[in-house]
Design a protein around this ligand. Structure first.
Ligand code: NAD
Length: 216
């Protein structure tokens, strides 16, 4: 496939290009701050940049009439408004976490949140020291799944790719549900799966769970 990437010089941008190239996919548009390369017309745009970069990704999708995959976190109401607008005419896949283990963790929490409703609940998320947003997009997403008010502790240290632990505790016991990404490959595998899904859609707003279910 021919794709474009916004945030091409970033950690995820470089990881995605490396992983996609192992399938012979071609990065034909690269965009970063003060950097724009256009070799061909892409079939989709992948955005791992910033909320500001996302606006530019939406413009590129309109220019090339192609779909968009959004992995960027820290999105605002305005970002979601832009994505909603774009999805009326082109396909959009947005997720704060493209790892399949995190999707399983969400399912586990959905299945058991009722049993834990009388227990205290808190969350700890740990990421590398350059991560800009806190709490992480994934932590916000997990909070929505748990459907209750809970405190989130964000730790920024070293080179950690992403760890999320949900802690349930009562006076006598503790249950912890954890996910840890061992490399950025955990995300790029999901991004490519989302890309193949996106190419089968004409328009609409999709989550990574839709991708995994292969929703029509
Ligand atoms: P990074 O800082 O290494 O890379 C971001 C890149 O985007 C940088 O090169 C930066 O210059 C570029 N950028 C910023 N604003 C831009 C703009 N206006 N136009 C063009 N380029 C712009 O960060 P990263 O670790 O690669 O992560 C990027 C984003 O992806 C973050 O929001 C991060 O939280 C998110 N992320 C999401 C997932 C997921 O599964 N959804 C996984 C990892 C990271």
């Amino acid at each position: 496939m021919k794709y474009g990437i916004v945030g091409s010089k970033g950690k995820m941008g470089r990881e995605i290009m490396e992983y996609f190239s192992s399938f012979g996919d071609e990065c034909v548009v690269e965009k970063d701050v003060d950097h724009f390369v256009e070799r061909d017309v892409p079939q989709l745009i992948i955005d791992f940049s910033s909320p500001q970069g996302l606006k530019e990704s939406v413009e590129l999708c309109r220019k090339y009439n192609c779909g968009l995959i959004v992995g960027t976190t820290g999105l605002t109401d305005e970002s979601f408004r832009l994505l909603g607008e774009l999805s009326k005419t082109l396909p959009v896949v947005q997720s704060y976490n493209f790892s399949s283990g995190m999707s399983i963790m969400k399912e586990i929490l959905k299945a058991f949140r009722e049993q834990f409703k009388d227990w205290d609940c808190a969350m700890i998320e740990i990421h590398h020291s350059q991560k800009k947003d806190a709490p992480s997009g994934t932590a916000k997403m997990l909070k929505e799944v748990i459907q209750r008010d809970l405190s989130i502790s964000s730790i920024r240290v070293g080179g950690i790719f992403g760890e999320h632990t949900v802690i349930f505790s009562n006076a006598g016991e503790v249950v912890e549900i954890s996910h840890r990404a061992l490399s950025r490959r955990a995300f790029s595998i999901g991004v490519r799966r989302a890309a193949l899904f996106l190419l089968t859609k004409e328009k609409g707003f999709f989550t990574y769970e839709d991708v995994l279910k292969g929703v029509d």
